[in-house]
Design a protein around this ligand. Sequence first.
Ligand SMILES: [Zn+2]
Ligand SMILES: [Zn+2]
Length: 167
Amino acid sequence: MAFLAAFVVLVAGDFGSTFFYHVPQHLWFTLHLRTHHDRRRSYWDHAVITRDPAVLLDGLLGALPYLAAAAWLWRVSWTGALAGLALGQLHVWWRHSGDLGWRSPPALRATFGTLGIVLPEDHDGHHRNPATEFGDIFRFYDAPARALLAALSPTRRRRTAPPGVKV
Ligand SMILES: [Zn+2]
Ligand SMILES: [Zn+2]
């Protein structure tokens, strides 16, 4: 039961975080783009080390769906819910370790590739090109997330006004 609860925290948390936080941030807001995609500093630094309040707020908002899933599963198995949160946090650190030079061994790459789990090399793709590699932990959220982004892109917040338009 604990194993199942931990798994559901990760699957449901990543679903909520991807579709209700990450994709909307990429479409309509600036917080995540200013912090998580700030190319002036290393992403290991802004994902793991920094205590900058804006960065922490982005992390907290992205973590809320995981916390909600853990609260929901608490009565099923609180140890599993906590284990899910702990694994999620470990995965945050690990998926940003590409910045430190992490290279996944081939066996791990093959296993996680089959299971659809995001490797540091995959998440590095999201930092290189923020229009790709959605899904914090599971890669199967990438395709629907990009489809949603494409469908909603006419509503995207404009970064700069088009020529001749006053805002
Ligand atoms: Zn990242
Ligand atoms: Zn992003």
